[in-house]
Ligand binder design. Structure first.
Ligand SMILES: Cc1cc2nc3c(=O)[nH]c(=O)nc-3n(C[C@H](O)[C@H](O)[C@H](O)COP(=O)(O)O)c2cc1C
Length: 365
């Protein structure tokens, strides 16, 4: 109530790019203050065995994670814990540093409950982020989102080497990897979600994995609007290269189609660079989750992402086949109590369905 009626209207008056480091950095500081940090986390964290998820030997205290992009440089791990998340994904991290595209990086579409995101893979680069995290003792499991440096000459084999550099740098940090396939700069401009290009990338990742003796699970993060034949080919490659899961999904990048996913299209200008998050992605990502789950019968694990604002949204994706959930936009719009509310609602929904653990609901439509 206080957040929606008092704090949010003030935050909306400040550009999103200005507010993000203030809120996230402030939250991280508060999380570290003795007594206050623990008191906040006591309030925001919902600790219940019914919400615990065990996946690939990783213990997630609840199924709701902070998606890649909020904590690009690994600065806000305590923030994620304090505000109730069950895990977080840091990055996307690229081989070399990149200062980001010209601003604005974030545009709010308030009526649509969506954001237009155009950071362009801003990153401090693998080495710097690694040294920040090297001695951290995080409360939560966290994933490493791996991408390639956004530079015109980082294409083709160089781009693949850049992905591999990040992958190897983080060999002893993080619980899982996500390879972000929405990096368009291959030599001929085709994205890494194209099966031939993806095959080359996965061959090199597989080699690197053997070299560094990594047993961490690997997820691929895909766009929500891929054609079914492409998704089928990606699934095949996952089986072939022992990729454990998919993160479904990233932003909607297709500017021609973007307006069709918005309830108030007049709020959006297709000439704005960047991809759409939030409500615009909800349905299309859930449909993609359902498709992959039914096709693979659970042999590929899914992290569901896109337009989750409430417990009902999260439960819908879990029932469609997601084992875990990630979100950003719902948290940005609805504030610090979002994850607590989602987890409390999940407990109610589980009870209604007569289930004792959230994993029992996966794929149970
Ligand atoms: C501010 C912001 C930055 C993002 N940056 C990244 C990124 O660096 N890497 C990535 O894989 N996804 C990134 N995303 C996409 C999100 O991780 C997520 O897939 C997408 O926003 C859909 O979820 P949501 O509707 O809950 O925001 C970003 C999203 C937002 C809102």
């Amino acid at each position: 109530m206080i957040y929606n009626h008092l704090i949010r209207p003030i935050l909306y008056k400040i550009p999103a790019d200005t507010i993000h480091p203030i809120v996230a950095g402030g939250g991280e500081l508060i999380a570290k203050i003795p007594l206050i940090g623990p008191a906040l986390s006591n309030y925001y964290r919902v600790d219940n065995p019914a919400l615990r998820v065990q996946l690939f030997g990783i213990n997630f205290p609840n199924p709701i994670g902070l998606s890649a992009g909020f904590d690009k440089d690994g600065r806000y791990l305590d923030f994620a814990h304090t505000f109730g998340f069950g895990f977080s994904e840091i990055g996307s991290i690229t081989g070399e540093a990149y200062a980001g595209n010209p601003k604005p990086w974030t545009r709010r579409l308030v009526k649509n409950q969506a954001l237009v995101i155009n950071y362009g893979l801003k990153s401090e680069g693998a080495e710097k982020i690694y040294s920040r995290l090297r001695n951290k003792k995080p409360f939560l499991p966290f994933g490493i989102s791996v991408a390639k440096t956004n530079r015109v000459d980082c294409v083709g084999e160089k781009a693949i080497a850049d992905y591999v550099k990040v992958f190897k740098t983080f060999k002893d940090i993080g619980s899982y990897y996500t390879i972000n396939l929405s990096c368009p700069n291959t030599a001929d401009g085709t994205p890494f979600s194209e099966p031939e290009t993806l095959k080359r990338l996965l061959m090199e990742i597989d080699k690197a994995r053997t070299e560094i003796h990594s047993s961490k699970p690997i997820f691929l993060k895909i766009n929500p609007d891929l054609e079914k034949t492409k998704i089928d080919q990606i699934i095949e490659l996952c089986h072939r290269f022992n990729i454990q899961g998919l993160v479904i999904s990233n932003l909607i990048k297709d500017h021609q189609k973007a307006k069709t996913y918005l309830k108030y299209p007049e709020e959006y200008n297709p000439s704005w660079p960047g991809g759409l998050s939030g409500l615009a992605v909800r349905q299309i990502s859930t449909e993609c989750i359902r498709y992959v789950y039914q096709k693979t019968q659970g042999s590929i694990k899914i992290i569901g992402c896109g337009g989750v604002f409430t417990g009902d949204d999260a439960y819908e994706k879990i029932k469609a086949g997601a084992s875990l959930i990630e979100l950003i936009t719902g948290f940005i719009f609805n504030g610090p109590a979002t994850i607590r509310k989602i987890n409390l609602r999940l407990l109610k929904l589980l009870k209604q369905d007569g289930l004792t653990n959230i994993s029992q609901a996966v794929g149970q439509e």
